[in-house]
Design a protein around this ligand. Structure first.
Ligand SMILES: Cc1cc2nc3c(=O)[nH]c(=O)nc-3n(C[C@H](O)[C@H](O)[C@H](O)COP(=O)(O)O)c2cc1C
Length: 185
């Protein structure tokens, strides 16, 4: 695939090779995802289940935990970006019951994600357990190269300045490993 760089006013360079894709129930993973998009000036894809989600109340743990244990694949709302068109994917998920979230499971089933460079990240409130290792194992079966994994503790509860610094460190780690040129922030 050719490297296509589009200039969008001033000196801003937009890479059409990089996509940040994520699911977020309560905004933590969204915060990291939008920071990545803003820093890298790349495309962003939010995936959302068709069915109404449960937020806020304690019942969300039962609702979400059940989906994880049953390995459910909820139907997603339609979107126009095609992740298969990108060479580099950031994939972000909250940790649910020690695992990645069901919408991410659906997303990975739905697309032929093959031979990509990938960086994974998760948001958690205690421990990410083996969330990102499981995702890495799954993606590696299709010859994807998972370059880096990042774990963020409840970013919405932290100072934005600190979260930005953490995101910058995460990006720097990715940059040292990617083969994509013009990957800068
Ligand atoms: C159904 C459910 C299960 C969760 N399970 C875990 C868990 O096993 N470990 C953990 O550290 N956090 C767990 N959490 C907390 C979330 O991972 C954490 O709040 C995360 O930052 C939420 O991301 P979001 O705001 O993008 O949805 C769980 C949250 C929900 C809703």
């Amino acid at each position: 695939m050719n490297l296509i760089i589009t200039r969008e006013g001033g000196n801003k360079v937009k890479s059409s090779e990089i996509l940040v894709v994520y699911y977020s129930l309560e905004g933590n993973t969204e915060l990291i995802s939008t920071m990545l998009r803003d820093k890298l000036n790349c495309d962003l894809l939010k995936i959302e289940p068709q069915k109404k989600e449960r937020k806020g109340t304690l019942s969300k743990y039962i609702w979400g935990g059940k989906q994880v244990f049953l390995k459910e694949e909820p139907e997603l709302k339609p979107y126009t970006l095609n992740p298969e068109d990108y060479q580099f994917l950031f994939i972000g998920t909250p940790v649910w019951a020690g695992s990645y979230t069901p919408p991410i499971r659906t997303f990975l089933k739905k697309h032929a994600i093959k031979e990509k460079e990938i960086a994974l990240f998760c948001c958690q409130k205690g421990h990410s357990v083996s969330t990102l290792d499981s995702l890495e194992t799954l993606l590696s079966k299709d010859n994807n190269n998972v370059l880096h994994k990042g774990d963020f503790y409840e970013p919405n509860s932290k100072y934005l300045y600190d979260v930005r610094k953490q995101v910058e460190t995460y990006i720097r780690n990715v940059i040292t490993k990617t083969t994509i040129k013009n990957f800068s922030y």
